[in-house]
Design a protein around this ligand. Structure first.
Ligand SMILES: Cc1cc2nc3c(=O)[nH]c(=O)nc-3n(C[C@H](O)[C@H](O)[C@H](O)COP(=O)(O)OP(=O)(O)OC[C@H]3O[C@@H](n4cnc5c(N)ncnc54)[C@H](O)[C@@H]3O)c2cc1C
Ligand code: FES
Length: 250
């Protein structure tokens, strides 16, 4: 459920090259499903910046973000005790009821954060969770140990071969057990175009579109699906594979 609150930063720290974690205190955050997102208000910037919820519990929620530009750089400089205005509980999130017994979680680059809460939820339900993650280089790899600590099997690819499997996330998928029941994925569109060629089950894709309002009011994020035009921020960002019209995506 959409909420707007001013949250106090509990911790904000770097965990890999260009990747930071911000933990915000607050019980009333409205997150109910992995794959939902927050929209963060930053000083001097008209548009909020959408960031997936990486984890949440009764007392706090965690955002994990890559510093790519003016907004995320500003976030990375914020200190514990400072406050930040955040819209929370946005988007539909992943449907964990569709996972079957052996879900495969696939992510690349800044698509990795939402996989943490998703993996945690599925492991808690007794599912055999396997992750395939793609990065550019060893120094970009993050969340690997945390996902393993949950009990997930994790296969990692790096484009330059400096860690694990050399290649793309498709190579990590190829190395993972092939008996998967369902997939969940988060990453850029070129990655989706590549992975869909080799995936053998139904699944869900999360779309990262640039957003205006983030809660369904401006129509700035619409996408044509098999059941009509949808707003990525409100009807998505997660869509079933059967809903997607690949020829329509730019
Ligand atoms: C639903 C959703 C969930 C997201 N979750 C995460 C997350 O968990 N962690 C994370 O690191 N990032 C996430 N992103 C991407 C994040 O919103 C952008 O990286 C961020 O807004 C960039 O802001 P900036 O001011 O630092 O960069 P800008 O200065 O605005 O732009 C810098 C670069 O980032 C690109 N960019 C800007 N906004 C987006 C966007 N919305 N999607 C893709 N590329 C963008 C620009 O094209 C440009 O190349 C998510 C985006 C969406 C829509
Ligand atoms: S960003 Fe405004 S409707 Fe989606």
């Amino acid at each position: 459920m959409l909420k707007q609150n001013v949250y106090e930063i509990d911790r904000n720290y770097r965990i890999a090259k260009d990747i930071c974690v911000m933990v915000l205190k607050g019980a009333d955050h409205g997150f109910t499903r992995p794959g939902q997102f927050a929209n963060v208000k930053l000083n001097g910037l008209y548009l909020r910046r959408p960031i997936s919820v990486c984890d949440y519990n009764q007392d706090q929620f965690t955002l994990m973000y890559k510093t790519v530009g003016i907004g995320t750089e500003q976030m990375s400089r914020m200190k514990a005790g400072e406050t930040v205005d955040v819209l929370t509980g946005l988007g539909n999130g992943y449907d964990v009821d569709k996972s079957g017994d052996k879900p495969l979680l696939i992510a690349g680059g800044s698509g990795v954060p939402p996989m943490y809460k998703l993996a945690k939820t599925l492991v808690e339900q007794g599912k055999n969770v396997c992750c395939a993650l793609g990065f550019n280089s060893a120094e970009d790899v993050y969340l690997l140990e945390e996902l393993k600590a949950l009990g997930a099997a994790v296969f990692v690819s790096t484009v330059d071969g400096s860690s694990d499997i050399k290649g793309f996330v498709t190579d990590a998928i190829a190395a993972a057990p092939q008996d998967r029941s369902f997939f969940y994925t988060c990453g850029p569109l070129p990655m989706y175009r590549a992975v869909r060629q080799i995936l053998q089950t139904e699944g869900q894709y999360s779309f990262e579109e640039r957003m205006g309002c983030g809660f369904g009011a401006c129509m700035g994020c619409s996408m044509m699906t098999r059941s009509g035009a949808k707003r990525i921020c409100k009807d998505g960002p997660v869509f079933d594979s059967s809903e997607i019209i690949w020829e329509e995506l730019k």
